[in-house]
Design a binder for this molecule. Structure first.
Ligand SMILES: Nc1ncnc2c1ncn2[C@@H]1O[C@H](COP(=O)(O)OP(=O)(O)OP(=O)(O)O)[C@@H](O)[C@H]1O
Length: 289
């Protein structure tokens, strides 16, 4: 069980996440929706400790993960895998090596630095690539794959961690509809077959309705909706996205809404998304080289 207790995140004067309270039971598939700048990514990044809350606590099975340090924090980073919109693979490394990087938190520092992977780990990586339908690309540089294939490799890498929770930050926002479906089907499969809790930020409401048993709606940092797809009526959805007119469509993305529907300027990100995470992956890869 993931418990979020009164979590707030401020960036200077701006409140990105505002007193969020949530309980997410093990094995649930949860979609977080809301317009651009609502605080969805910030919430996920606090759960996996990429950033720390300004206030409040996040507990996993009763342990306060916001207080973890050293090896306990590494264990949490192993239990809680994250998937990003831009995949965050190391493009020049082959797919198999990228997937094996998911084992880093299971290994000693020496084995990690030496890039030593057991036969079992290699077989596990190949089986995972096979399950996700990308095993034929195992020896290709990851950067040569299509976006949808790269995201499936990223899911395989996450699965190598043997996580209990997978957080996905807009995993299909860069994909065409066919690849988006394949990736969402893969996330649904690891949720159902492996019982892994999946919490995913989604741009489109119809995807959340199709795949998630529970939808959490955020607006200006607060949770303003928490229920099943059936409970999310059109009126609720319009309120959630701050759209007054009748032209609201379920297929609209939060980005198009912020561009077209809002009278107020959309909040801007000061930094390009996830650069720090890409750097981290590259540093790990350099250490292994
Ligand atoms: N590192 C940061 N420094 C300053 N402000 C930030 C930072 N990260 C996020 N913010 C701000 O926090 C607010 C919430 O951003 P967040 O990225 O969590 O929203 P989001 O709902 O995920 O949006 P999107 O769908 O566009 O990704 C925004 O106003 C954003 O500009």
């Amino acid at each position: 069980m993931l418990t979020i207790e009164g979590v707030t995140k401020r960036f200077g004067e701006a409140v990105a996440v505002d007193k969020v309270e949530l309980n997410i039971p093990e094995g649930q598939m949860v979609g977080i929706i809301g317009r651009s700048g609502a605080g969805k990514s910030t919430l996920l990044r606090m759960i996996n400790r990429l950033i720390d809350p300004s206030e409040g606590n996040i507990l996993f099975d009763g342990t306060d993960i916001t207080a973890l340090k050293g090896s306990a924090l590494r264990r949490w980073n192993r239990d809680c895998a994250m998937i990003f919109q831009q995949f965050n693979l190391v493009p020049r490394l082959d797919v198999l090596t990228n997937v094996l990087l998911g084992r880093l938190n299971h290994k000693s520092t020496f084995a990690s630095l030496a890039g030593l992977y057991s036969r079992e780990e290699r077989l596990m990586a190949i089986a995972m690539l096979e399950r996700l339908g990308v095993v034929q690309s195992a020896l290709q540089p990851a950067g040569t794959l299509s976006g949808g294939q790269q995201q499936r490799v990223a899911i395989a890498r996450a699965m190598m961690q043997e996580p209990r929770v997978v957080l996905a930050d807009e995993p299909i926002a860069s994909l065409d509809p066919m690849n988006a479906k394949v990736v969402m089907d893969s996330l649904a499969d690891i949720n159902k077959r492996d019982g892994i809790t999946v919490v995913t930020n989604l741009h489109t409401l119809d995807t959340a309705r199709t795949y998630c048993e529970r939808i959490i709606g955020m607006f200006e940092g607060r949770v303003v909706f928490d229920g099943t797809p059936a409970e999310l009526t059109a009126a609720e959805a319009r309120r959630l996205y701050g759209v007054q007119n009748e032209g609201f469509s379920e297929a609209m993305t939060s980005t198009s809404l912020s561009a077209d529907e809002d009278e107020r300027p959309a909040p801007m990100r000061p930094l390009p998304g996830n650069r720090a995470d890409t750097q981290l992956a590259e540093e790990r890869a350099r250490a292994l080289a």
